[in-house]
Design a protein around this ligand. Structure first.
Ligand code: TXA
Ligand code: MG
Length: 318
């Protein structure tokens, strides 16, 4: 059921059942982070492999001490700057954090989400919420309560409706190696913005065999429809004659009677607006029974880089 009733959500969580929660990035599938019963249900419902660890959502930065230890100085500085907000940090975990959450690693991923409904819910609870994005493993992340309902229907008793997600892309993930910050996943805070605080970051966003982050798997966030990413949409169109084609474009439509539908991410070419619209546009295209989706590569700067990264993981290479 789609609802805004946080006391009902609270009740369900206390029974170690799951609820979907809005965040500023994407919707999460949430359960009690201190209950293995709840955590197992998250993996089962998402059909997520157990090697992919979960993010723990805290009510406030001060709760970091309940879950993490040996926190590097730069983590406090990043938390001060970006929390509540779309920054996830991978820190050494406390011993009581379940191996299910951390996928057997010695670390735990944490963030304080920035959404009034979810913060109000967290405030009523005496445990943090483990929550991956509320989509079946490998599918496009949901940015509205309706997206979550389309995936799971009544399998989730309460989907808290917090409207459309403000950012529309997952959180940026930073880890630390010998206290040195490393980028694990491009997200809704651009690399440039983080580097203003940390200086030049090492980037480790690709690792298929033992992913530090599933966002690192080379195919992820994928529509069901075959999707291609290209710098030159018009040129690629010629290769799909007679096919039902949908386009995903930054700001301008293309005139060509071969095209069935087109999604424009931001008429003014603004990356923040494009990020917010990206997944909803991908969901819509994917529902149009197309043969192919052709997506336009964005300039590799700011959030353009994050959008390209998500599109690359959603697409076939040309
Ligand atoms: O914006 C977001 O981060 C959303 C909202 C719901 O908060 N959540 C999200 O969760 O995107 P999920 O599960 O789809 O992605 C979590 C990422 C994965 O790439 C996972 O591998 C990484 O966090 N992660 C979690 N624990 C980790 C750890 N201990 N070490 C490295 N990566 C970790
Ligand atoms: Mg996800």
């Amino acid at each position: 059921m789609i609802s805004t009733d946080i006391s009902k959500a609270n009740e369900i969580l206390l029974k170690n059942e799951l609820v979907a929660i809005p965040t500023e990035t994407v919707y999460g599938l949430a359960g009690n982070a201190f209950s293995d019963i709840a955590i197992k249900k998250i993996f089962e419902l998402k059909k997520r492999p157990f090697y992919n660890p979960l993010i723990v959502h805290l009510k406030a930065a001060s709760s970091i001490f309940d879950v993490a230890s040996e926190i590097p100085e730069s983590a406090f500085i990043l938390a001060e700057k970006f929390w509540p907000g779309p920054l996830t940090m991978v820190l050494n975990k406390q011993d009581h954090i379940s191996d299910l959450i951390s996928a057997g690693k010695k670390t735990v991923a944490v963030r304080v989400p920035k959404h009034p409904l979810t913060l109000a819910l967290l405030d009523q609870l005496d445990f943090p919420l483990a929550a991956p994005s509320a989509n079946p493993f490998g599918s496009i992340s949901p940015t509205s309560a309706a997206h979550v309902f389309n995936y799971f229907g009544e399998e989730i008793e309460v989907i808290l409706d917090g409207g459309e997600c403000e950012k529309g892309l997952e959180s940026t993930i930073i880890g630390f190696e010998n206290t040195h910050p490393i980028l694990y996943r491009h997200g809704s805070i651009s690399l440039e913005e983080i580097e203003k605080i940390t200086g030049k970051l090492s980037i480790r966003t690709n690792n298929d065999s033992s992913p530090n982050s599933p966002g690192m798997l080379s195919r992820h966030y994928a529509p069901m429809t075959d999707t291609y990413l290209t710098n030159d949409v018009s040129a690629l169109l010629n290769f799909f004659e007679g096919k039902k084609i949908g386009l995903l474009l930054l700001k301008k439509t293309i005139q060509d009677n071969q095209i069935d539908c087109q999604e424009i991410l931001s008429k003014s070419g603004d990356y923040t607006e494009a990020a917010k619209n990206l997944y909803a546009a991908m969901h819509r295209l994917d529902q149009n029974k197309l043969d192919v989706i052709i997506a336009e590569r964005l300039p590799d700067e700011g959030l353009g880089k994050t959008i390209n990264d998500k599109l690359e993981r959603a697409t076939k290479k040309v």
